[in-house]
Ligand binder design. Sequence first.
Ligand code: ZN
Length: 157
Amino acid sequence: MTECFEEAACKNKESCSSTTACEKTRTVEEVEQKVYEVETADSTVLDYTAPYPTDPALFAARPTDSMLVRIIVLHDVCQPGLNDNFSTFLEDKDKRRFSPNWCHRTLPNGAKAKRSWLIYSPEKNKMFCHHCWLFGDRTSSSYSPNWTEVDIGVDNF
Ligand SMILES: [Zn+2]
């Protein structure tokens, strides 16, 4: 049996009759298993004493352990600011700083879409690409370390 877990947030409630075609539909068991995996694994792998547990600055090297990568992905990209006083984030030489507004873009229909690739590391005061940091092919000829390597990063806000 399937049950839509996005029902409360569903913007298509009136006309949505399908529970199998919706990609957000999961079985109760799948959701419970996912929650269990995050709760049990997070407490031993991610540093929850840190304000932003998936900040790339907290990892000595690019995470390659498949379980760690999975946990980081499940925990979500490091995008502080929306619940923070982001005026405390450091300014660059031109007195510009990271804006949490960059974590979303407005679509032509007015809806907001999350930029799920964008990382902001308060520790480094730099931006990175979540996908390239975790999965980028460092051997590719088109590989650029700017958005990927924690010791480099992008800071021209
Ligand atoms: Zn990327």
